[in-house]
Design a protein around this ligand. Structure first.
Ligand SMILES: Cc1ncc(COP(=O)(O)O)c(C=O)c1O
Length: 399
């Protein structure tokens, strides 16, 4: 099962009896009204609404441009293609992340090189990056993931890989609202890719955005997200516009619709309040789970602001039950949980198509054995959090 499927299996579809779902997608009346407005307008695919969403999101992260795409995965692929690397060039990435970035690398004709992670943070450290790069004699680019919303110092990671920031693509699927020092994620590297998948902290259902400070790069993405056409349908049908177009690159069909953008714009207006609630939920978990034997709480970032996309604890050997049995026990009490992530070298296809160090990836394996993502979204109330914590304490006391 893919990780997305795993997350869905443990979250609550509407009508489910789960008491505390892993993550809920709430599309409010403001977003529904915006969708009605777009549906009534006579233009429902990529148009003015997408342009407005791109502008608003780029402003929020402090980037010159935003280019809306159909998913974060498509955004990573388009950004990597835009780097113009030779076929088969090596791209460094964390072994402990969702498979989408690895697929994006191979779809772009490049080769993922897996880097191990520090078991305490589940992120690659500078020495681990250095070792992974040296083992393959250098890499041409890297994908940096801010796992769970925990900020990574992108500049230091790039330097450890021997790369400039123009060769970095960020997988910021979990990191909208994350800061690294004084800078917002989305304004640091060549291209930052966000996800608006149903369980993300800015949820549309599906969708993504690439932000960049490079105007030319952004213009190329606008074309490559739509077959490489020089002009999309909306622009061709504007008054006075020409119907003619050329195809200048081998693009994808990966545009976002105005219907999706309308939802995104409404969610963006709520975002700061939603993030404040996510931080409160994380703080409440911290307080209520403190001192529970065998449960390690998520580390706090050394620099910057966590986006709290995930609240992932570690279930150590001192806990009463192993992680998987604890998940079953919580599920029986109506509490949805998930695991982020099955490391890439444990997935059949990626184990055959990624460069994996001979020494294996012990850090990623150690995290995988123990990590457990608890319910987290901005709609959880204090009673929901208390219920999850009570279930964990009662299970822990069975020892
Ligand atoms: C870390 C990470 N990167 C990328 C993705 C892919 O996002 P999308 O579904 O928008 O392609 C996900 C989705 O779950 C993810 O968790």
């Amino acid at each position: 099962m893919t990780n997305n499927a795993l997350a869905l299996a443990t979250s609550a579809p509407s009508g489910s009896s789960r008491r505390v779902p892993f993550a809920r997608t709430v599309i409010g009346s403001d977003a529904r009204a915006a969708v009605d407005r777009v549906l009534a307008s006579g233009w429902v695919t990529t148009g003015q609404e997408v342009l407005d969403f791109e502008r608003e999101l780029a402003d929020q992260v402090g980037a010159a441009r935003g280019v809306a795409v159909s998913s974060c995965t498509a955004g990573i692929e388009l950004a990597l293609r835009g780097l113009g690397l030779p076929p088969g060039a090596r791209v460094l990435m964390s072994s402990d992340t969702f498979c989408g970035a690895a697929s994006a690398i191979t779809h772009a004709g490049l080769v993922p090189v897996l880097c191990d992670v520090d078991p305490s943070t589940a992120l690659p450290t500078e020495p681990l990056i250095h070792t992974a790069v040296r083992a393959v004699g250098g890499v041409s680019a890297m994908v940096v993931v801010h796992l769970g919303g925990h900020p990574v110092d992108v500049e230091r990671a790039a330097a450890a890989a021997g790369l400039g920031l123009d060769r970095v693509v960020e997988d910021a699927a979990h990191a909208f609202g994350t800061d690294v020092g004084a800078r917002h994620v989305g304004s640091i590297s060549r291209a930052t890719c966000f996800s608006f998948y149903a369980t993300k902290n800015l949820a549309i259902g599906e969708g993504g955005m690439v932000t960049t400070d490079d105007e030319e790069f952004a213009d190329e993405l606008v074309s490559s997200r739509l077959h490489g056409m020089s002009r999309d349908a909306w622009r061709r049908y504007l008054p006075g516009a020409t119907w003619r177009y050329d195809v200048t690159v081998d693009g994808l069909k990966a545009n976002l619709t105005d219907v999706q953008a309308a939802i995104g714009r409404a969610q963006l207006k709520r975002f700061d309040g939603d993030q404040a609630r996510r931080a409160q939920v994380a703080a409440r978990y911290d307080t209520l789970l403190h001192g529970l034997d065998g449960i390690r709480l998520p580390p706090r970032p050394a620099v910057g602001r966590h986006a709290w996309h995930l609240y992932a604890v570690r279930v150590g050997p001192e806990f009463a039950l192993p992680r998987d049995r604890l998940m079953e026990r919580l599920a029986a009490r109506g509490i949805g949980t998930s695991v982020h992530f099955i490391p890439l070298h444990r997935l059949t296809w990626h184990s055959r198509h990624c460069v994996i160090p001979e020494t294996g990836l012990p850090g990623a394996d150690a995290v995988f054995a123990e990590t457990l993502s608890l319910p987290l979204d901005q709609n959880l109330n204090d009673d929901d959090v208390d219920e999850v914590c009570t279930a964990l304490w009662e299970t822990g006391e069975e020892r």
